[in-house]
Design a protein around this ligand. Structure first.
Ligand SMILES: Cc1cc2nc3c(=O)[nH]c(=O)nc-3n(C[C@H](O)[C@H](O)[C@H](O)COP(=O)(O)OP(=O)(O)OC[C@H]3O[C@@H](n4cnc5c(N)ncnc54)[C@H](O)[C@@H]3O)c2cc1C
Length: 322
């Protein structure tokens, strides 16, 4: 059983049994990395994906070893082809609903209901941007979030940081690593505390008070931030969107959550297990810090743990049968 074609044929045959080892919802870096490992472990895997990865607005992806500067969509296209080579099947569209059915989990998709032994959620998160004109249009270009993804491209530029919470002060301090021309816009968050002011000033970070009302766009290019009826020249804006995990499926299954300053997030252990038996999660849906590399790594780690869990099940089932 060596060739990719033979492997695909086997998988197609096994689909007839309508039982899958693992259904993965979400075909971003986390889900595809898990799919690749599980496919190579000869598991019957289906990936259900609606095709809207978080970084789809970015033309280039940075900080991913071996792929620096690659289009994020090209990475996923390659990932899908690699996983398909090991028999992983893809269903396009939303996984609309999920339920526990005895020892199995049923997942409703555009192509019908899938029955699976294990369920892995890798649905990512949604970035909710501040409601400022121009932000959505410039998202991923003139307005960005992650210094490690876009800081180098704006080294020594005038970097604006538009505050969305008191934590934005830390974002400004971090960005000072890439440029000594950082402007901190207090925006509606309001006056920065005395200590923060001192710290920002000590590193030459300029503070602009007042609510940000828009951006100056010239052609396609963002060139300034409108505040208090004037425009401050900047080359790029970094901001902190509210990050909302796309965890509706996990919540529908009753997964437990923990509240932190970042909101209410579903609990997983170090292997990616949720509190619901047979249900696992990986990537941005449960980990706000999972960039592409971390998502790829955790996808692989969770796949290994999932496969071991299935092996343990197989052993137990065999012992029961004898
Ligand atoms: C503008 C921007 C630029 C970025 N640039 C970089 C960068 O340069 N380098 C870097 O390392 N990181 C970057 N990131 C972070 C990167 O996008 C995330 O780390 C990564 O996408 C997380 O992968 P994931 O697999 O968890 O989720 P995602 O990539 O978001 O994938 C989730 C997938 O699940 C699908 N999905 C969701 N719900 C359902 C459902 N119910 N049914 C079916 N499918 C569903 C979505 O359509 C999507 O395809 C950037 C982020 C942003 C916002």
């Amino acid at each position: 059983m060596d060739t990719a074609q033979e492997r695909t044929d086997v998988s197609a045959h096994e689909e007839g049994a309508a039982l899958t080892d693992v259904v993965i919802v979400g075909g971003g870096p986390a889900g595809l990395s898990a799919a690749l490992s599980l496919g190579r472990a000869r598991r019957r895997v289906v990936v259900v994906d609606s095709g809207e990865p978080r970084n789809r607005v970015a033309a280039h992806m940075h900080g991913v070893l071996g792929h620096d500067g690659l289009s994020p969509l090209v990475l996923l296209e390659r990932g899908r082809a690699e996983a398909a080579g090991y028999g992983v099947r893809f269903v396009h569209g939303e996984a609309a609903a999920v339920r526990v059915a005895g020892d199995l989990i049923e997942v409703d998709t555009a192509e019908g209901t899938l029955r699976t032994r294990r369920f892995l959620v890798a649905t990512g998160l949604e970035d909710v941007l501040p409601d400022i004109p121009g932000f959505r249009e410039q998202w991923g270009r003139g307005v960005v979030v992650c210094p490690y993804c876009d800081g180098w491209e704006h080294r020594d530029d005038v970097i604006g940081v538009v505050a969305t919470s008191p934590r934005s002060v830390e974002q400004a301090q971090l960005l000072r690593q890439w440029s000594d021309r950082v402007v901190y816009f207090e925006n509606v968050v309001g006056a920065t505390s005395g200590t923060d002011l001192e710290r920002l000033a000590s590193r030459g970070i300029r503070i602009e008070s007042g609510a940000v009302t828009g951006l100056r766009i010239e052609g396609e290019l963002m060139t300034g931030v409108e505040v208090d009826g004037r425009v401050v020249d900047v080359d790029v804006v970094f901001t902190g969107p509210t990050m909302r995990p796309r965890d509706a499926l996990l919540r529908a299954l009753g997964a437990t959550t923990t509240t932190s300053e970042l909101g209410d997030w579903v609990d997983v252990d170090a292997d990616g297990r949720t509190s619901v038996p047979g249900v696992w999660a990986v990537g941005n849906v449960v980990n706000v810090r999972a960039n592409v590399s971390v998502s790829l790594g955790l996808g692989s780690l969770v796949a290994g743990a999932l496969n071991a869990d299935l092996v343990a099940d197989d052993v137990a089932a065999t012992l029961l049968a004898v």
